[in-house]
Design a protein around this ligand. Structure first.
Ligand code: TXA
Ligand code: MG
Length: 351
């Protein structure tokens, strides 16, 4: 892929309103004209392209090194825009939309015939989301088209939660980056298949199974999420690839703090630099070459928001191996552990 000049627009706090509006308008127009531009959402940074422009869509795949059959999420700025990309909106989708949009919830819906195979990877459905982030929404509004946007990382890497992460992965490969400061949730949206009788969670995220059940009365989880067997084909095609992985191998350790310390010591005696993903409450209890706290043990949202940045920091600090504590699966903890398990390729060390 040839080198491109990557523009930067800074719209984070402190930028005067007029300038900010000008930047967002420019970024939006670039997208509608066929460029690929990264921008912040409330989950992670996305890499946006005009969903009606197959060439622009192809450039997303090229920039990320993304497998062709992994479909993209379309981002819209108003619920009304759904009619141009879906063929009908099932009742349960309507319920979820009124409860959780805008927000970190992607709905898989029957697609309109106009939506390209480049977006859906050949499926009959399309994934859609209305992000809860003023910068994302204004860019999409200015683009005035549905915006296809995967996470703005090189395929396989942890998703970007700051503009710097995007720059490190994609500078020279994309047309621009809108820096709107760090993202909120820091984990990708919940993906829910809303085409059947009951909603099925294909990827856990900020909107939990409990939240969905509260609105729909029932919820199912894609069996491929809990079973790690090769034979199970996840319904969300993206989940079958190596994901969210830093350079150093990741292992999740289940056990007491002394057990964790023992595992760290074993590696350090061999001269390895160990990064430990832990919580504030354990920082003074365990010793590792690179201690990295994700936040307080009682705040799963905070832990989730810090995960990807911590994985990248471990690499930057030269970790040979990354150990992570096993965190509670309560609430957003489910999404956190799902991403951590992907980063670790399912490797656990258990007592
Ligand atoms: O929070 C997010 O969702 C972020 C921000 C940028 O919006 N986007 C994101 O996109 O995570 P991406 O491409 O990294 O992940 C999209 C996921 C993949 O697992 C993909 O397989 C799944 O959504 N997906 C897309 N279309 C689908 C469809 N029609 N049926 C099932 N799964 C689908
Ligand atoms: Mg992704």
């Amino acid at each position: 892929m040839s080198y491109q000049q990557t523009k930067m627009w800074i719209v984070d706090k402190g930028v005067e309103k007029e300038t900010k509006r000008g930047h967002l308008r420019e970024a939006g127009l670039c997208i509608s004209e066929g460029q690929v531009i990264a921008f912040p959402t409330e989950t992670v940074y996305g890499l946006g392209a005009n969903a009606w422009d197959n060439q622009a869509l192809a450039r997303i795949f090229a920039a990320k090194g993304r497998p062709d059959d992994n479909p993209l999420i379309l981002h819209i700025d108003e619920v009304e825009k759904l009619t141009s990309i879906t063929s009908n909106i099932p009742l349960l989708a309507e319920k979820l939309i009124s409860a959780y949009w805008p927000g970190p919830l992607t709905l898989v819906l029957p697609k309109a015939k106009e939506v390209s195979e480049r977006v859906t990877g050949g499926l009959h459905t399309v994934a859609v989301r209305l992000p809860d982030h003023p910068v994302a929404r204004e860019i999409i509004r200015q683009a005035d088209v549905p915006v296809a946007a995967p996470s703005a990382n090189r395929s396989g890497k942890p998703s970007p939660t700051t503009a710097r992460h995007v720059y490190e992965d994609l500078n020279g490969r994309i047309d621009g980056i809108v820096d709107g400061g760090p993202t909120g949730y820091g984990l990708e949206s919940t993906v829910v298949d809303a085409t059947g009788e009951i909603p099925v969670i294909l990827r856990p995220g900020g909107i939990t199974a409990y939240d969905i059940e509260a609105v729909c009365g029932s919820v199912a989880i894609d069996p491929a999420l809990s079973q790690q067997k090769e034979s199970d084909q996840p319904k969300s095609p993206g989940l079958k690839y190596r994901h969210y992985a830093p350079e150093a191998p990741v292992y999740i350790i289940e056990g007491t703090l002394p057990f964790i310390q023992e595992q760290i010591n074993k590696q350090q005696y061999e001269g390895k630099k160990v990064a430990l993903l832990t919580v504030n409450e354990h920082l003074n209890e365990v010793e590792a070459s690179i201690p990295l706290s994700l936040g307080s043990i009682v705040n799963a949202v905070e832990l989730g928001a810090s995960l990807y940045a911590a994985l990248r920091t471990a690499d930057e600090k030269g970790a040979d191996i990354i150990f992570a504590e096993s965190f509670s699966r309560e609430g957003v903890g489910e999404a956190l552990m799902n991403r951590l398990e992907k980063a670790a390729s399912g490797r656990y060390i258990r007592k």
